[in-house]
Design a protein around this ligand. Structure first.
Ligand SMILES: *Cc1c(COP(=O)(O)O)cnc(C)c1O
Ligand SMILES: [Zn+2]
Length: 373
């Protein structure tokens, strides 16, 4: 049976409890036992619901879906910018092709399906953009009322998308923290469908790992290179790879490399210092707005997951992010600047890791930041 477990004090609650953190203030995870039947999976439609028995939803619950997932995994050559290296191939998951234009749909599909199964008819969420778009889309599909709190600085294309789904938009002046304070107030009255606090979201993003391994012939890659701010993709992926190894389906967990923008790199800095204490930093705005998180709530958990995998962190500068986005555009891949952070690191890493099976991801569609951003 699925239950909520506090990461701080270990107390458990039924999965159907409507609470977004422990009574002690700690972060909640889910305890569950995923089941994989490879023959059954192979016979199903190519979307993320093919892993139904590994997802933390009541077996008979109807799901809220657009048929999402099982995005293409394409080999792309990185490294040609550096004329001394011929480049090396990396497998890149095309997660900018989700219905709302980012991988956040993985998390929103599972989280909003759980919300619908609980019979809840109103949620609130805070986001600097794409998580708000994804939650708004799945709430629209399920007929659930939804209010998205965004910093006033959020890209206009993302706020327009949230409004198009019929969600109420609250633009909060000030920094990202001001937005969090506003939504925590609202969360006293409505279910907090948070992509950071709500563990159902991470149990959606874990399907990234399932799909990658299945697409590689049920093998785990050697190294996975992922953008990271709050870790909603990185933590889900780490969990998915661990579950597959524990189920005896894959032989190992890949090294996980987390990529941050150098302008806002608190996890990179903590890892370099060898501490799990994330210090306040003097960070500045970055093109990679979607991963500009100065104080990630699950920061310690992210540092642990990366260290346990034998991985590390990279920090990329603004020029490298801009160059990676532009050069991918010229090769036919239209991604938003945040999604160019991992590719910016790959121009060097692909060369260093040549000979390994390396997987990365395009996280968000270029239309998200079109018109001169
Ligand atoms: C959310 C997001 C990420 C990863 O962000 P986390 O803060 O680590 O969850 C990366 N790229 C894009 C485009 C995103 O929207
Ligand atoms: Zn607790």
């Amino acid at each position: 049976m699925t239950s909520l477990v506090c990461r701080t004090c270990g107390v458990t609650y039924p999965a159907a409890d409507i609470r977004w953190r422990c009574a002690c203030g700690g972060l909640l995870d889910l305890a569950m036992r995923p089941v994989f039947d490879r023959d059954a999976i192979a016979a199903r439609a190519p979307n993320l619901w093919r892993y139904r028995e590994a997802l933390p939803l009541p077996p008979d619950a109807p799901v809220v879906s657009f048929g999402e997932g099982f995005t293409p995994l394409l080999p792309i050559r990185f490294g040609q910018e550096d004329t001394t290296s011929p480049g090396a191939e990396v497998w890149v998951k095309q997660d900018h092709l989700f219905p709302s234009g980012s991988y956040k749909d993985r998390g929103a599909a599972i989280m909003i399906s759980q919300v619908a199964a609980l019979g809840i008819d109103e949620v609130v969420e805070d986001s600097s953009g794409n998580a708000g778009c994804a939650v708004a889309a799945y709430c629209a599909r399920a007929g659930i009322r939804c209010t998205i709190y965004c910093p006033a600085s959020t890209s206009p294309a993302k706020t327009a998308q949230i409004s198009a789904y019929g969600a109420r938009l609250e633009q909060v002046p000030g920094d990202r923290k001001a937005t969090s304070r506003a939504v925590w107030q609202a969360a006293r009255q409505a279910y907090y469908a948070s992509h950071v606090w709500n563990p159902f979201f991470l149990h959606g993003t874990k399907t990234f790992a399932y799909e990658v391994c299945e697409q590689l012939g049920w093998r785990a890659p050697d190294t996975v290179v992922l953008p990271v701010g709050n870790g909603t993709l990185l933590l889900g992926a780490a969990m998915g790879f661990c579950e597959l190894r524990e189920a005896g389906i894959t032989a190992h967990v890949p090294k996980i490399v987390g990529v941050q923008a150098a302008h806002c790199a608190p996890l990179y800095a903590a890892f370099q210092r060898g501490t799990d204490n994330i210090a306040p930093g003097d960070w500045s705005p970055t093109l990679a707005e979607g991963i500009a998180i100065a104080a990630p709530a699950r920061g310690r958990q992210i540092l642990e997951a990366v260290a346990e995998s034998g991985g590390w962190f990279e920090a990329v500068d603004e020029a490298a992010i801009g160059r990676a986005q532009a050069s991918l555009g010229r090769r036919g891949y239209f991604i938003e600047p945040t999604a160019a952070a991992a590719p910016a690191a790959l121009h060097r890493l692909a060369h260093e890791l040549a000979g390994e099976t390396v997987v990365s991801v395009f996280t968000g569609h270029g239309l998200k930041a079109a018109a001169g951003h």
